[in-house]
Design a protein around this ligand. Structure first.
Ligand SMILES: CC(C)(COP(=O)(O)OP(=O)(O)OC[C@H]1O[C@@H](n2cnc3c(N)ncnc32)[C@H](O)[C@@H]1OP(=O)(O)O)[C@@H](O)C(=O)NCCC(=O)NCCS
Length: 224
């Protein structure tokens, strides 16, 4: 009848997702009760979520503020690029560390679960061999979903996207923070179209932790 999930990314961040109330039971306070329960479990730690238009009024009422937006980019097919090496078992620690720096939070459990069911993954290395950027792609029904993409610059993000999109034929999509204007333009030039954006909302802090400028595609609207 109703659901909501709290994802624990350590002391610096928690995320709420999967808030859903079955249509016959809406407007009776169920989502508010789910949110109250999640927030009491989160304590005073910063808590983020990505809102739908239906959920936003409740989150504003609870004190959440918009700190950014994500836009969905999609295409029926995408051009292929250079085939980059995949994330190997030996790379996992470095990948988790890059993600931790970008998100300012420990998402190891989420990343390990995404890697376990990845359709494809890719890394960009420095001359020293150290990993400086990575991306993961999942297959969801007939679509390839690129999630996440963590990179130090737009050029690496585009290279990663093209490598991942080229691995699997067919439709592709990703959710891109709207602050990544150059990356959004590059994706548009590759033929992806931009859908409506959704607010990233935060409670308990003025801004999200981490080097958010390194996030080119988020892991999931549900997980943050
Ligand atoms: C968003 C959703 C979870 C709200 O569930 P709900 O149980 O109906 O919400 P509540 O009854 O607890 O309402 C809490 C408050 O949210 C706001 N609200 C809820 N539904 C609203 C609507 N359709 N229009 C405007 N405000 C709404 C109101 O402020 C409401 O308080 P009020 O009833 O005292 O005015 C539900 O509509 C839903 O499942 N939608 C589809 C999935 C979705 O978008 N989930 C949100 C993911 S971020």
């Amino acid at each position: 009848m109703s659901s909501g999930a709290l994802f624990d990314y350590g002391d610096s961040l928690r995320s709420i997702g999967m808030v859903l109330v079955a249509p016959p039971h809406r407007r009776r306070g169920l989502a508010r009760a789910v949110m109250d329960r999640c927030l009491s479990m989160a304590g005073r730690r910063p808590t983020m979520l990505i809102a739908t238009a239906m959920g936003e009024p409740l989150y504003v009422d609870l004190g959440f503020a918009e700190v950014g937006r994500v836009a969905r980019m999609a295409s029926d097919s995408a051009a292929a690029g250079e085939r980059l090496p995949s994330i190997s078992t030996a790379d996992v620690h470095a990948v988790l560390e890059l993600d931790r720096m970008a998100c300012g939070a420990d998402r190891s459990a989420l990343l390990r679960s995404l890697l376990a069911r990845a359709a494809a993954s890719a890394v960009v290395r420095r001359a020293s061999g150290a990993i400086r950027a990575f991306g993961i792609a999942l297959r969801q029904r007939d679509q390839l979903v690129v999630a996440p993409l963590i990179a130090p610059n737009t050029s690496d993000a585009v290279t990663l996207f093209l490598s991942l999109a080229g691995r699997c034929a067919g439709p592709v999509r990703l959710d891109v923070p709207t602050r990544q204007e150059a990356f959004l333009s590059a994706l548009a030039a590759l033929g992806l179209t931009q859908g409506p954006s959704a607010p990233i909302m935060l409670l308990g802090a003025g801004s999200l932790p981490g080097r958010r400028e390194q996030i080119y595609a988020i892991a999931s609207r549900g997980f943050g």
